[in-house]
Write a protein that binds this ligand. Structure first.
Ligand code: PLP
Length: 382
């Protein structure tokens, strides 16, 4: 069976060029980048090159890049670090209701520790409600966390407006750009955010490497305690091979991201059109979206069983739902957009990638149309 992978927002395959860059490091480059000797110097030089590539993707200085073990860790470091370093009376933390759990649960843990934490509403399209943000912002707000692009719907947030409103109140802004990297331009000076998180495995790099942009002179309390790595911002011996892979992946994203996105947008639109026509699929999320993501509702269909039927047919997609301790929790993103529970239960995410072909889109669409028809027919017989 020729399998079709349409779950690139969960993770991306390693680009062969990234693997090529990592292999020599995995094989021979075992030095600790903090060691003084030759082995250490080799590792340090490799880290510096990778840092330069990630900095170029973000249009920042290499000294503003902090490597972490994941996008999740970058989000934790940003939110906790900004909140805990803010000067009294700034303690409030605001975040968009549709943030990834890496931000959501970090905010919740701050709330458990006594920080006043509030979710900001989104509209039916999944875009942040700027009036709600403006109403909640005050001179006690320490941080506002708003993602650039949503992992479930691909919806792009009005970040420039968020930054303008937050700045007017003196609050710091953290941006989770994990799903935007390689898909949208990421110029942190133009964006004017204080911190911004990205992750290697979402841009055809390896798992276990992330990065946080931290604007120069930003007050940020580190939470990992240990050595002085990453300018005292993130203790722990660096994952050199992973970071080298991240650097190469960032370089490719910078050079090819725009062309990839233009090609993928055509495929995504074709997929949506085929599924609207053949299965009555309705898109979730409106306005600007990243090019690769389609979140679609299929009325009268249980997304979980559709996902399993598609997996058997060789098509890998995802529900937005989080599976925790065996219980499936309906997507907080779609619920925050005000979708009816039945519609949330019938929603699937298709996320295309660099390797997706037009032929795969046609085959995947045919498989979905057939599976949806079968499930609707079975529901009628019940
Ligand atoms: N933020 C967003 C928007 C994501 O989509 C993800 C991963 O799904 C993360 C953060 C977490 O990144 P990582 O998997 O590197 O921990």
């Amino acid at each position: 069976m020729q399998r079709i992978y349409l779950d690139h927002n969960a993770t991306t395959p390693l680009d062969p060029r990234v693997l090529e860059a990592m292999l020599p490091v995995l094989r021979d480059g075992f030095g600790n980048a903090s060691s003084i000797h030759w082995y250490g110097q080799q590792a340090r030089a490799a880290l510096d090159r990778a840092r330069g590539e990630v900095a170029a993707l973000l249009a920042c200085s290499p000294s503003e890049v902090v490597f972490t073990g994941s996008g999740t860790e970058a989000d934790n470091l940003a939110l906790q670090g900004l909140a805990r370093a803010a000067r009294e009376p700034r303690r409030r933390v605001l975040y968009a209701a549709v943030e990834h759990h890496a931000v959501l649960n970090t905010a919740r843990s701050l709330a458990e520790d006594g920080w006043p934490v509030e979710a900001v509403r989104v509209d039916a399209d999944g875009r942040l409600d700027l009036e709600d943000l403006a109403a909640r912002l005050d001179d006690r707000t320490a941080v506002v966390a708003v993602m650039m692009a949503n992992n479930e719907t691909g919806v792009v947030q009005p970040l420039a407006d968020v930054v303008r409103l937050a700045r007017a109140r003196g609050a710091a802004v953290h941006c989770d750009a994990v799903q935007a990297a390689g898909k949208l331009p990421l110029d942190v000076s133009a964006l004017d955010v204080d911190t911004l998180a990205i992750s290697a495995h979402k841009v055809y790099g390896p798992k276990g490497a992330g990065a946080l942009f931290v604007r120069r002179n930003t007050r940020l309390r580190p939470f990992l305690r240990g050595g002085a790595q990453e300018r005292n911002r993130r203790a722990g011996t660096e994952n050199v091979a992973g970071i080298v892979g991240f650097g190469r992946a960032a370089g490719i994203a910078r050079e090819e991201g725009a062309a990839d996105s233009a090609r993928i947008a055509v495929l995504r639109d074709r997929l949506e059109a085929l599924l609207a026509e053949g299965a009555g699929a309705r898109p979730n999320g409106g306005g600007a979206r990243v090019a690769n993501t389609a979140n679609l509702s299929f009325e009268g269909v249980e997304a979980e069983s559709l996902l399993m039927a598609l997996d058997l047919a060789g098509v890998a997609v995802s529900t937005g739902a989080a599976c925790a301790a065996g219980a499936v929790e309906p997507s907080h993103v779609l619920r925050a957009m005000g979708l009816r529970p039945e519609r949330v239960q019938g929603s699937l995410r298709f996320s295309l990638g660099r390797g997706t072909t037009a032929e795969e889109v046609e085959r995947a669409a045919a498989a979905v149309v057939e599976a949806v028809a079968r499930q609707r027919a079975a529901a009628l017989r019940r």
